[in-house]
Design a protein around this ligand. Structure first.
Ligand SMILES: [Cu+2]
Length: 161
């Protein structure tokens, strides 16, 4: 449906609400730090912070190499259909603009087995379409435990529908 039709339907409906159009490249930027230790829990090492980030379509996520030795890259099978993967070099800041709703799993390659993984949720129509597939992906080492904790946290936060 076009924006004009949306606007017309709003007018026909007689609503006084301001028209809210989908974001197109003018979204918010969210920083995710790549850390050797969690800032609030020193026992947690090699961690993305925050580990779960909820964004809107058109928002940008910026991975910040606060500590050296980390990267960010998408995990096979943990992307919405049609979404672009990313893979940064070590110690490189990388920004990704996410337009397709759904669940995005990513990892730090050197520290995957230590559980350095994270989840981005892009809200919007169809966001649940890849949830089952993303949850079905198997992980090695402590990454499996990390994902169990991430999904449990997401569920308790009401993010899984
Ligand atoms: Cu790392």
């Amino acid at each position: 449906m076009s924006l004009i039709l949306d606007r017309r339907s709003f007018l026909v409906a007689g609503t006084a609400l301001t028209l809210v159009s989908p974001a197109h490249g003018a979204g918010t930027t969210h920083d995710i730090q790549m850390l050797n230790r969690h800032p609030e829990n020193r026992r947690i090492t090699m961690v993305f912070h925050p580990i779960i980030q909820v964004v809107q379509p058109g928002d940008t996520v910026r991975f910040v190499p606060t500590n050296p030795g980390h990267n960010s890259q998408t995990i096979d099978g943990m992307l919405p259909v049609g979404a672009q993967s990313w893979r940064s070099r070590l110690n490189q800041e990388v920004s990704v603009t996410l337009t397709i709703p759904g669940f995005y799993g990513y990892k730090c390659l050197p520290h995957t087995a230590m559980g350095m993984v994270g989840l981005i949720i892009v809200e919007g129509d169809g966001m649940m379409d890849n949830l089952a597939a993303a949850r079905a992906v198997r992980h090695r080492g402590r990454a499996g435990k990390a994902w169990d904790e991430i999904w449990a946290q997401a569920a308790s936060d009401g993010l899984l529908g």
